[in-house]
Design a protein around this ligand. Structure first.
Ligand SMILES: NC(=O)c1ccc[n+]([C@@H]2O[C@H](COP(=O)([O-])OP(=O)(O)OC[C@H]3O[C@@H](n4cnc5c(N)ncnc54)[C@H](O)[C@@H]3O)[C@@H](O)[C@H]2O)c1
Ligand SMILES: O=P(O)(O)OC[C@H]1O[C@H](O[C@H]2[C@H](O)[C@@H](O)[C@@H](O)O[C@@H]2CO)[C@H](O)[C@@H](O)[C@@H]1O
Ligand SMILES: [Mn+2]
Length: 447
């Protein structure tokens, strides 16, 4: 079996230890010849490497490891790029959350004016740059992108690269599947074959087949309606803030019992209730800075106290790591495994536009994803998706056309936004907050 060289881009991320853990735990399924870690922040990059090197050395003595802030070194002789960057850092995640909230609109990492439009326009140039560098130094490599907002990024990479050897992914549906499998007493999230349609962070499970071919969704729906949604064992999802999401999940199922939702639909279906529960002085970014980041810094302190005796922290489950490694493995060895991924529609959902980037099941081959096509979707879901898709496409238009008008439309049409006056105020504040991270937006009559 061929051995693979992987570069993790954004390797200073709090999620990198999980990816490294999966890569090495799966080293017999996805053979490695080189692991490169790249980040623009040298300090964070080395911090993560310090934490993980005991595990790397012990699990795979002799593996070639490259830790670098040099692009040529990072991208040369690579088979797979795993991208998971946060352009503008948690500081701008915080602005994305707080600016809309100031005007009574949902402030969320990947949803609404901050998460989808502002973060999207910031991420697009950074991801395009990464892909250009990767293709320059390793023309045949595959790029697997987790960087958010994945829906907007996927639309931008479709326009720029036709998504040639690029796969945009999100582990949220997989994390939900882990939860479902545990509730059903199954041993892994791969015990269920999901039928699912939507956009990223905006979709629905329509059936969940077990290995005997039985649809377990009706049984699961009853469990959720009677006892609520049990949070999965993924470490991140045990935290207090995520627990609120799982509580709300059961409410969505009560109101819309036909299918089982992606948890992110809470921000669109209950926008005002979500805003009422949010605190502008302490949004999710603050929690991540105070909790997840601090935990990583505390680990590093432990390492510095005694590098020779330090043991890398391993997690019980790492859906984030397992999913990206399994997807890469399916490409590398042409396994044709079924995953939920973001692909160009092209008829998979027959009553949605062909050029929509949708999230559906696909069999992952060495030549790319082969999406599953489904019957036409109902009016409610189609209407929701068309609205959100328009907002996402307008955000990408705004970026490529440097257009203030399109950015305003992207925000005004978003289901989380009540009026154009509010949309304009949010946009003007976001322009100030993003500074040079955004292109200079011009009004139509100024261009
Ligand atoms: N798709 C998914 O399901 C999923 C799940 C979790 C996280 N994410 C996304 O992954 C990304 C990372 O999230 P996190 O919470 O781990 O962030 P983080 O802030 O912990 O780490 C991000 C890292 O990226 C680096 N970085 C920023 N801009 C960069 C650039 N232009 N080039 C290279 N490196 C750069 C930073 O220095 C930092 O070390 C975010 O976009 C987040 O939304 C996606
Ligand atoms: O608010 P955060 O930073 O905790 O989470 C935002 C991300 O949430 C989802 O990712 C989860 C993932 O589902 C889970 O398996 C684990 O790896 O933690 C991740 C972070 O909590 C979502 O899919 C991402 O797109 C968000 O960035
Ligand atoms: Mn996601």
């Amino acid at each position: 079996m061929k051995k693979n060289a992987v570069v993790i881009v954004g390797a200073g991320s709090t999620h990198t230890p999980g990816i490294i853990q999966s890569l090495l735990q799966k080293k017999d399924e996805f053979l490695l010849r080189k692991l490169a870690l790249f980040d623009i922040d040298e300090k964070r990059l080395h911090l993560v490497y310090d934490i993980m090197k005991q595990f790397i050395n012990e699990t795979y003595p002799g593996l070639e490891v490259v830790v670098t802030t040099n692009e040529e070194e990072a991208y040369t002789d690579i088979d797979f790029v795993f991208a998971q960057i946060r352009q503008g850092g948690l500081k701008l995640r915080s602005s994305d959350e707080k600016i809309p909230l100031k005007y009574g609109v949902v402030g969320q990492e990947t949803c609404g004016p901050g998460g989808s439009i502002s973060y999207g326009m910031r991420s697009i140039p950074a991801i395009i740059h990464i892909i250009k560098m990767a293709k320059k130094y390793s023309p045949n490599c595959w790029i697997l992108n987790y960087s958010n907002p994945a829906a907007v990024v996927a639309e931008a990479t479709r326009r720029e690269f036709n998504n040639e050897r690029i796969l945009n992914i999100c582990d949220m549906p997989t994390a939900i599947l882990l939860s479902y499998s545990k509730m059903l007493g199954l041993d892994s999230w791969q015990s269920l074959d999901p039928c699912y349609f939507g956009l990223n962070h905006f979709g629905w499970f329509t059936a969940l087949y077990d290995k005997d071919g039985k649809d377990r969704l009706p049984e699961l729906r009853e469990m959720i309606l009677t006892s609520g949604m049990t949070a999965c064992s993924d470490k991140h999802h045990k935290d207090k803030d995520w627990q609120k999401t799982w509580k709300q999940y059961a409410e969505i199922v009560k109101d819309y019992p036909d299918f089982l939702p992606n948890s992110y639909l809470q921000y669109y279906l209950y926008s005002s209730e979500m805003v009422a529960k949010m605190d502008i002085n302490r949004t999710r970014a603050d929690m991540v800075i105070e909790e997840r980041e601090q935990e990583m810094f505390a680990e590093h302190k432990k390492y510095l106290e005694s590098p020779e005796n330090y043991k890398s922290p391993l997690q019980e489950f790492t859906v984030f790591g397992d999913f990206i490694v399994d997807a890469a493995s399916s490409i590398a060895y042409n396994k044709g495994e079924r995953f939920l991924v973001i692909v160009e529609n092209n008829g998979a959902i027959p009553n949605m536009p062909a050029d929509a980037m949708v999230e559906v099941p696909a069999y992952i081959r060495s030549w790319g994803p082969e999406p599953v096509s489904i019957p036409a979707i109902p009016t409610f879901h189609k209407g929701m998706m068309e609205n959100q898709l328009a907002s996402e496409k307008l955000a990408v238009d705004a970026y490529f056309e440097n257009s203030y008008d399109k950015a305003l439309q992207a925000i005004a049409i978003n289901k989380t936004v009540p009026s154009t006056t509010v949309a304009r105020k949010i946009l003007d504040d976001l322009i100030d907050a993003n500074g040079d991270y955004w292109p200079t937006l011009k009004l139509k009559n100024e261009r």
